[in-house]
Design a protein. Sequence first.
Length: 257
Amino acid sequence: MKTSNPIFSEGALQKAAVFTDSQPMTVMGAVNKTYILLALLIGAAFFVWQKAMALVLPGQTIQYSSAMAAVGMYIMVGAIGGFILGLITVFKANWVKVTAPLYAVFEGLFIGGLSAIFELQYPGIVLNAVALTFATLLCLLTAYRTGMVKVTDKFRAGIFAATGAVCLIYLATWILSFFHVQIPGIYGHGAVGIGFSLIVVVIAALNLVLDFDFIERGAEQGLPKYMEWYGAFGLMVTLVWLYLEILNLLYKLRSRD
């Protein structure tokens, strides 16, 4: 059951086989766990969102520095906390009942603060990004369930290679930033930058299909009950990535106006 999502690696499946549970995982169980994680993420995001929006007064323009002062700490804590909890979950999958909800809360803090910053710059951009994210989720879920999109070994290999390439680009960008060097074009608002963002959005979206496949196959193979949380966690990671990429794409498009 190979997948390009590192959350659903072969190592994770081998670890799952070590631990036994009284009941096997089910697709519906994973769906319910996903709802719980989404509720936690949205709740935390709304909390930080309100902190930023409280600064908005009629007839006044909020400065970027003021908004960052209000939510900057939440963004930093959320990003670092979410990253650490994500790593812990990958290497300690049997802790997922605790780490996955905590991950959702920290990611909510990060997304809520970041979304507020974008919204203050371009009103309406967050609603569009949320709508496109869930529309993409529903469309791909429908395509998967109806058999329009089939997960084959070649499909998995292609998404794995594409996802790996994106990760390498992001890693190279992070390393080069220490030397004040930027990869030209891909982070700009021009045609190259928008084209790159479109490609990444497609890759992130296709990872959702692999997430659906993992959950379904895991249920068929009778993986332990806690893997419902693990499947929901992996799906949440992909959804967060997809939302951020769509938000970034819309930002580039709005910046060209």
